[in-house]
Design a protein around this ligand. Structure first.
Ligand SMILES: NC(=O)c1ccc[n+]([C@@H]2O[C@H](COP(=O)([O-])OP(=O)(O)OC[C@H]3O[C@@H](n4cnc5c(N)ncnc54)[C@H](O)[C@@H]3O)[C@@H](O)[C@H]2O)c1
Length: 336
Protein backbone atom coordinates (compact mmCIF):
# COMPACT_ATOMS: atom_id res chain seq x y z
CA UNK A 1 0.00 0.00 0.00
CA UNK A 2 0.96 3.67 -0.38
CA UNK A 3 0.67 5.16 3.08
CA UNK A 4 0.79 8.79 4.20
CA UNK A 5 2.05 9.06 7.78
CA UNK A 6 1.43 12.38 9.56
CA UNK A 7 3.71 13.09 12.52
CA UNK A 8 6.03 10.50 11.01
CA UNK A 9 9.23 11.88 12.55
CA UNK A 10 7.83 11.48 16.08
CA UNK A 11 8.26 8.68 18.59
CA UNK A 12 5.44 6.33 17.61
CA UNK A 13 5.40 7.45 13.96
CA UNK A 14 9.05 6.56 13.36
CA UNK A 15 8.65 3.11 14.98
CA UNK A 16 5.53 2.46 12.89
CA UNK A 17 7.30 3.48 9.68
CA UNK A 18 9.96 0.81 10.36
CA UNK A 19 7.21 -1.82 10.53
CA UNK A 20 5.50 -0.48 7.39
CA UNK A 21 8.75 -0.52 5.40
CA UNK A 22 9.57 -4.02 6.61
CA UNK A 23 6.23 -5.15 5.17
CA UNK A 24 7.10 -3.42 1.86
CA UNK A 25 4.60 -0.58 2.11
CA UNK A 26 5.65 2.71 0.48
CA UNK A 27 5.70 5.57 2.99
CA UNK A 28 5.44 9.33 2.65
CA UNK A 29 5.97 11.07 5.99
CA UNK A 30 4.99 14.61 6.88
CA UNK A 31 5.85 16.51 10.03
CA UNK A 32 6.41 20.12 11.06
CA UNK A 33 9.23 18.92 13.37
CA UNK A 34 7.71 20.90 16.28
CA UNK A 35 8.46 17.98 18.60
CA UNK A 36 10.85 15.83 16.58
CA UNK A 37 13.83 15.76 14.30
CA UNK A 38 14.37 14.63 10.70
CA UNK A 39 17.25 12.55 12.08
CA UNK A 40 14.74 9.90 13.28
CA UNK A 41 13.77 9.23 9.67
CA UNK A 42 17.36 9.12 8.44
CA UNK A 43 17.90 6.42 11.06
CA UNK A 44 14.75 4.58 9.97
CA UNK A 45 16.14 4.54 6.42
CA UNK A 46 19.48 3.16 7.64
CA UNK A 47 17.76 0.56 9.77
CA UNK A 48 15.51 -0.74 7.01
CA UNK A 49 17.69 0.02 3.99
CA UNK A 50 14.63 1.66 2.41
CA UNK A 51 13.73 5.25 1.66
CA UNK A 52 11.10 7.44 3.28
CA UNK A 53 9.88 10.46 1.32
CA UNK A 54 9.70 13.29 3.83
CA UNK A 55 7.95 16.67 3.65
CA UNK A 56 8.45 19.24 6.38
CA UNK A 57 5.02 20.88 6.45
CA UNK A 58 2.45 21.87 9.00
CA UNK A 59 -0.74 19.87 8.53
CA UNK A 60 -2.76 23.06 8.85
CA UNK A 61 -1.20 24.26 5.59
CA UNK A 62 -3.87 22.83 3.24
CA UNK A 63 -2.13 24.08 0.09
CA UNK A 64 1.11 22.27 0.93
CA UNK A 65 -0.87 19.16 1.88
CA UNK A 66 -2.84 19.27 -1.38
CA UNK A 67 0.34 19.44 -3.42
CA UNK A 68 1.53 16.20 -1.78
CA UNK A 69 -1.80 14.48 -2.48
CA UNK A 70 -1.62 15.70 -6.14
CA UNK A 71 1.60 13.82 -6.72
CA UNK A 72 0.71 10.57 -4.90
CA UNK A 73 -1.97 7.98 -4.97
CA UNK A 74 -2.44 7.15 -1.29
CA UNK A 75 -4.33 4.07 -0.17
CA UNK A 76 -4.58 5.16 3.46
CA UNK A 77 -3.39 7.66 6.05
CA UNK A 78 -2.05 7.06 9.56
CA UNK A 79 -2.55 10.24 11.56
CA UNK A 80 -0.08 10.63 14.46
CA UNK A 81 0.52 14.39 14.21
CA UNK A 82 -0.55 16.29 17.29
CA UNK A 83 0.63 17.88 20.49
CA UNK A 84 0.52 15.46 23.40
CA UNK A 85 1.74 16.94 26.71
CA UNK A 86 -1.12 16.81 29.21
CA UNK A 87 0.28 19.49 31.57
CA UNK A 88 1.21 21.86 28.75
CA UNK A 89 -2.26 21.43 27.27
CA UNK A 90 -3.82 23.06 30.35
CA UNK A 91 -1.37 25.96 30.21
CA UNK A 92 -1.77 26.40 26.41
CA UNK A 93 -5.32 25.19 25.80
CA UNK A 94 -6.01 27.37 22.75
CA UNK A 95 -2.76 26.28 21.10
CA UNK A 96 -3.66 22.60 21.68
CA UNK A 97 -7.18 22.99 20.27
CA UNK A 98 -5.86 24.95 17.28
CA UNK A 99 -3.08 22.53 16.49
CA UNK A 100 -4.79 19.21 17.07
CA UNK A 101 -8.26 20.06 15.75
CA UNK A 102 -7.31 22.29 12.80
CA UNK A 103 -4.67 19.87 11.56
CA UNK A 104 -7.15 16.98 11.66
CA UNK A 105 -9.87 19.00 9.90
CA UNK A 106 -7.44 20.09 7.16
CA UNK A 107 -6.29 16.52 6.69
CA UNK A 108 -9.86 15.18 6.44
CA UNK A 109 -10.84 17.89 3.95
CA UNK A 110 -7.90 17.12 1.68
CA UNK A 111 -8.43 13.36 2.01
CA UNK A 112 -12.05 13.85 0.97
CA UNK A 113 -11.04 15.99 -2.00
CA UNK A 114 -8.67 13.29 -3.24
CA UNK A 115 -11.02 10.44 -2.37
CA UNK A 116 -8.62 8.85 0.14
CA UNK A 117 -10.99 7.59 2.80
CA UNK A 118 -9.06 5.09 4.88
CA UNK A 119 -7.66 6.45 8.10
CA UNK A 120 -6.04 5.14 11.29
CA UNK A 121 -6.08 7.74 14.06
CA UNK A 122 -3.90 7.93 17.21
CA UNK A 123 -6.30 8.22 20.10
CA UNK A 124 -5.51 7.63 23.75
CA UNK A 125 -6.70 5.89 26.91
CA UNK A 126 -7.05 9.42 28.26
CA UNK A 127 -10.53 9.45 26.64
CA UNK A 128 -11.70 7.19 29.51
CA UNK A 129 -10.96 9.83 32.19
CA UNK A 130 -11.13 8.03 35.56
CA UNK A 131 -12.59 4.65 34.51
CA UNK A 132 -15.39 3.20 36.65
CA UNK A 133 -14.45 -0.42 36.00
CA UNK A 134 -11.23 -2.24 35.17
CA UNK A 135 -10.03 -3.50 32.80
CA UNK A 136 -11.37 -0.69 30.59
CA UNK A 137 -13.50 -1.76 27.64
CA UNK A 138 -14.06 0.35 24.52
CA UNK A 139 -17.70 0.74 25.55
CA UNK A 140 -16.76 2.47 28.84
CA UNK A 141 -18.01 5.99 29.32
CA UNK A 142 -15.70 8.70 28.04
CA UNK A 143 -14.65 12.03 29.48
CA UNK A 144 -11.58 14.21 29.54
CA UNK A 145 -9.81 15.93 32.39
CA UNK A 146 -7.58 18.24 30.32
CA UNK A 147 -7.55 20.00 26.91
CA UNK A 148 -5.29 17.34 25.37
CA UNK A 149 -7.81 14.63 26.25
CA UNK A 150 -10.63 16.86 24.98
CA UNK A 151 -8.95 17.12 21.58
CA UNK A 152 -8.82 13.30 21.36
CA UNK A 153 -12.50 13.03 22.37
CA UNK A 154 -13.52 15.72 19.89
CA UNK A 155 -11.54 14.20 17.03
CA UNK A 156 -13.05 10.77 17.73
CA UNK A 157 -16.49 12.40 17.59
CA UNK A 158 -15.69 14.12 14.28
CA UNK A 159 -14.49 10.82 12.81
CA UNK A 160 -17.59 9.01 14.04
CA UNK A 161 -19.85 11.71 12.57
CA UNK A 162 -18.29 11.78 9.12
CA UNK A 163 -18.33 7.98 8.99
CA UNK A 164 -21.99 7.91 9.96
CA UNK A 165 -23.04 10.31 7.22
CA UNK A 166 -20.76 9.07 4.49
CA UNK A 167 -20.37 5.36 4.28
CA UNK A 168 -17.32 5.22 2.06
CA UNK A 169 -15.08 6.43 4.89
CA UNK A 170 -13.34 3.64 6.72
CA UNK A 171 -11.81 4.88 9.96
CA UNK A 172 -10.20 3.23 12.97
CA UNK A 173 -9.13 4.96 16.18
CA UNK A 174 -6.50 3.21 18.25
CA UNK A 175 -6.66 4.13 21.93
CA UNK A 176 -3.09 3.73 23.14
CA UNK A 177 -2.40 3.01 26.79
CA UNK A 178 1.17 3.91 27.90
CA UNK A 179 3.74 3.49 25.12
CA UNK A 180 7.31 2.82 26.29
CA UNK A 181 10.58 1.41 24.98
CA UNK A 182 12.48 1.72 21.75
CA UNK A 183 13.49 -0.26 18.68
CA UNK A 184 15.67 -3.19 19.75
CA UNK A 185 18.63 -1.70 17.85
CA UNK A 186 18.58 1.34 20.17
CA UNK A 187 18.93 3.64 17.13
CA UNK A 188 15.45 5.19 17.38
CA UNK A 189 13.53 5.94 20.56
CA UNK A 190 11.63 8.52 22.57
CA UNK A 191 13.40 11.90 22.49
CA UNK A 192 11.52 14.30 24.77
CA UNK A 193 12.02 18.03 24.44
CA UNK A 194 13.32 19.31 27.80
CA UNK A 195 12.15 17.63 31.00
CA UNK A 196 10.39 14.34 30.16
CA UNK A 197 6.62 14.21 30.81
CA UNK A 198 6.44 10.44 30.76
CA UNK A 199 7.75 8.03 33.39
CA UNK A 200 10.14 5.87 31.38
CA UNK A 201 12.20 8.60 29.69
CA UNK A 202 12.43 10.27 33.09
CA UNK A 203 13.73 7.09 34.73
CA UNK A 204 16.13 6.61 31.80
CA UNK A 205 17.59 10.07 32.33
CA UNK A 206 17.99 9.40 36.06
CA UNK A 207 19.78 6.12 35.28
CA UNK A 208 22.11 7.92 32.87
CA UNK A 209 22.90 10.60 35.46
CA UNK A 210 21.28 13.42 33.46
CA UNK A 211 18.63 13.88 36.15
CA UNK A 212 19.32 13.55 39.86
CA UNK A 213 16.30 11.57 41.01
CA UNK A 214 12.79 10.49 40.16
CA UNK A 215 9.82 11.99 41.99
CA UNK A 216 7.11 9.40 42.66
CA UNK A 217 3.76 11.15 43.04
CA UNK A 218 1.83 9.26 45.73
CA UNK A 219 2.61 6.02 47.58
CA UNK A 220 -0.76 5.64 49.29
CA UNK A 221 -2.95 4.55 46.38
CA UNK A 222 -5.01 1.41 46.75
CA UNK A 223 -2.42 -0.70 44.89
CA UNK A 224 -0.05 -3.44 46.15
CA UNK A 225 2.92 -1.08 46.69
CA UNK A 226 0.89 2.14 47.00
CA UNK A 227 2.15 3.70 43.72
CA UNK A 228 0.04 4.28 40.61
CA UNK A 229 -0.33 1.43 38.11
CA UNK A 230 -0.54 1.76 34.32
CA UNK A 231 -0.72 -0.45 31.27
CA UNK A 232 2.73 0.02 29.69
CA UNK A 233 2.92 -1.17 26.10
CA UNK A 234 6.12 -1.68 24.10
CA UNK A 235 6.23 0.82 21.23
CA UNK A 236 7.10 -1.95 18.74
CA UNK A 237 3.96 -3.90 19.71
CA UNK A 238 2.04 -0.64 19.39
CA UNK A 239 3.56 0.05 15.96
CA UNK A 240 2.42 -3.39 14.79
CA UNK A 241 -1.16 -2.61 15.85
CA UNK A 242 -1.22 0.03 13.08
CA UNK A 243 -0.42 -2.59 10.46
CA UNK A 244 -3.17 -4.82 11.82
CA UNK A 245 -5.59 -1.87 11.71
CA UNK A 246 -4.59 -1.00 8.13
CA UNK A 247 -5.23 -4.54 6.97
CA UNK A 248 -8.57 -4.51 8.72
CA UNK A 249 -9.65 -1.33 6.92
CA UNK A 250 -10.54 -3.55 3.97
CA UNK A 251 -13.29 -5.16 6.03
CA UNK A 252 -16.72 -3.54 5.99
CA UNK A 253 -16.17 -1.47 9.10
CA UNK A 254 -17.36 2.10 9.20
CA UNK A 255 -15.89 3.55 12.39
CA UNK A 256 -14.33 1.52 15.16
CA UNK A 257 -12.15 2.25 18.19
CA UNK A 258 -9.81 -0.32 19.74
CA UNK A 259 -7.88 -0.42 23.00
CA UNK A 260 -4.19 -0.93 22.36
CA UNK A 261 -2.69 -2.12 25.63
CA UNK A 262 -1.38 -5.29 27.23
CA UNK A 263 -4.23 -5.95 29.65
CA UNK A 264 -1.96 -5.78 32.72
CA UNK A 265 -0.79 -2.92 34.92
CA UNK A 266 2.60 -2.26 36.52
CA UNK A 267 3.35 0.13 39.34
CA UNK A 268 5.84 3.00 39.25
CA UNK A 269 8.13 1.07 41.60
CA UNK A 270 7.91 -2.06 39.43
CA UNK A 271 9.06 0.06 36.47
CA UNK A 272 11.93 1.44 38.56
CA UNK A 273 13.00 -2.14 39.39
CA UNK A 274 12.78 -3.26 35.75
CA UNK A 275 14.87 -0.28 34.66
CA UNK A 276 17.45 -0.90 37.38
CA UNK A 277 17.79 -4.42 36.02
CA UNK A 278 18.08 -3.19 32.43
CA UNK A 279 20.68 -0.51 33.16
CA UNK A 280 22.56 -1.92 36.14
CA UNK A 281 22.36 1.63 37.56
CA UNK A 282 20.80 2.93 40.75
CA UNK A 283 17.54 4.89 40.28
CA UNK A 284 17.24 7.20 43.29
CA UNK A 285 13.69 8.39 43.94
CA UNK A 286 11.72 10.41 46.44
CA UNK A 287 8.05 10.15 47.34
CA UNK A 288 5.90 13.26 46.93
CA UNK A 289 2.17 13.89 47.32
CA UNK A 290 -0.36 12.74 44.73
CA UNK A 291 -0.71 14.90 41.62
CA UNK A 292 -4.12 16.43 41.01
CA UNK A 293 -6.03 14.42 38.42
CA UNK A 294 -3.89 11.25 38.67
CA UNK A 295 -5.77 7.99 39.13
CA UNK A 296 -4.68 4.84 41.01
CA UNK A 297 -4.84 2.23 38.28
CA UNK A 298 -5.68 1.99 34.60
CA UNK A 299 -5.34 -0.94 32.22
CA UNK A 300 -6.95 -2.08 29.04
CA UNK A 301 -9.20 -4.89 28.03
CA UNK A 302 -7.50 -5.50 24.65
CA UNK A 303 -9.72 -8.45 23.69
CA UNK A 304 -11.57 -6.60 20.90
CA UNK A 305 -8.28 -5.88 19.10
CA UNK A 306 -7.34 -9.54 19.47
CA UNK A 307 -10.69 -10.73 18.13
CA UNK A 308 -11.13 -8.29 15.25
CA UNK A 309 -7.63 -7.08 14.35
CA UNK A 310 -5.91 -10.35 15.32
CA UNK A 311 -3.35 -8.24 17.18
CA UNK A 312 -1.83 -8.88 20.57
CA UNK A 313 1.32 -7.89 22.41
CA UNK A 314 4.38 -10.13 22.48
CA UNK A 315 6.97 -7.98 24.28
CA UNK A 316 7.38 -7.48 28.04
CA UNK A 317 8.11 -4.42 30.18
CA UNK A 318 11.61 -5.85 30.67
CA UNK A 319 12.07 -5.88 26.86
CA UNK A 320 10.88 -2.28 26.83
CA UNK A 321 13.27 -1.20 29.59
CA UNK A 322 16.20 -3.04 27.95
CA UNK A 323 15.57 -1.30 24.61
CA UNK A 324 14.95 2.09 26.26
CA UNK A 325 18.29 1.79 28.06
CA UNK A 326 20.04 0.82 24.84
CA UNK A 327 18.57 3.94 23.20
CA UNK A 328 19.34 6.23 26.18
CA UNK A 329 22.88 5.00 26.75
CA UNK A 330 23.89 5.18 23.09
CA UNK A 331 22.07 8.51 22.47
CA UNK A 332 22.45 10.51 25.71
CA UNK A 333 21.30 13.67 23.90
CA UNK A 334 18.61 12.01 21.82
CA UNK A 335 18.82 12.82 18.11
CA UNK A 336 21.01 15.90 18.60
N1 LIG B 1 3.33 8.82 23.53
C1 LIG B 1 2.23 8.66 24.25
O1 LIG B 1 2.30 8.47 25.47
C2 LIG B 1 0.86 8.68 23.59
C3 LIG B 1 -0.23 8.07 24.26
C4 LIG B 1 -1.48 8.11 23.66
C5 LIG B 1 -1.65 8.75 22.42
N2 LIG B 1 -0.58 9.33 21.82
C6 LIG B 1 -0.80 10.04 20.52
O2 LIG B 1 -0.01 9.41 19.53
C7 LIG B 1 0.42 10.38 18.56
C8 LIG B 1 1.93 10.26 18.39
O3 LIG B 1 2.53 10.44 19.67
P1 LIG B 1 4.10 10.46 19.87
O4 LIG B 1 4.36 9.97 21.25
O5 LIG B 1 4.77 9.81 18.72
O6 LIG B 1 4.35 12.03 19.86
P2 LIG B 1 5.47 12.88 19.10
O7 LIG B 1 5.36 14.27 19.62
O8 LIG B 1 6.78 12.20 19.19
O9 LIG B 1 4.95 12.81 17.59
C9 LIG B 1 3.93 13.66 17.09
C10 LIG B 1 4.52 14.36 15.88
O10 LIG B 1 3.54 15.25 15.31
C11 LIG B 1 4.23 16.41 14.86
N3 LIG B 1 3.23 17.49 14.75
C12 LIG B 1 2.53 18.05 15.75
N4 LIG B 1 1.68 18.99 15.25
C13 LIG B 1 1.85 18.99 13.90
C14 LIG B 1 1.27 19.73 12.83
N5 LIG B 1 0.35 20.67 13.06
N6 LIG B 1 1.68 19.48 11.58
C15 LIG B 1 2.64 18.53 11.33
N7 LIG B 1 3.22 17.79 12.31
C16 LIG B 1 2.83 18.03 13.58
C17 LIG B 1 5.34 16.64 15.89
O11 LIG B 1 6.42 17.39 15.38
C18 LIG B 1 5.75 15.21 16.21
O12 LIG B 1 6.83 14.77 15.39
C19 LIG B 1 -0.05 11.74 19.08
O13 LIG B 1 -1.25 12.09 18.42
C20 LIG B 1 -0.31 11.48 20.56
O14 LIG B 1 -1.31 12.33 21.07
C21 LIG B 1 0.68 9.30 22.36
Amino acid sequence: MNILVTGGAGYIGSHTIVQLLEKNHAVVAIDNLSNSSHESLYRVEKLTNKTVEFHEIDLRDSEALRSIFYSHDFDAVIHFAGLKAVGESSARALHYYQNNLESTLCLLEVMKQFDVKKLVFSSSATVYGDPETLPVKESASRSATNPYGQTKLMIEQILEDISATNEDWNITSLRYFNPIGAHESGTIGEDPNGLPNNLLPYIAQVASGKLEKLTVFGDNYDTPDGTGMRDYIHVVDLAKAHLAALEHLDHPNIYKAYNIGTGTAHSVLAMVDAFKKASGKPIPYEIAGRRHGDIATCYADPSLALKELEWHTTLTIQDACDSAWKWQSSNPNGYQ
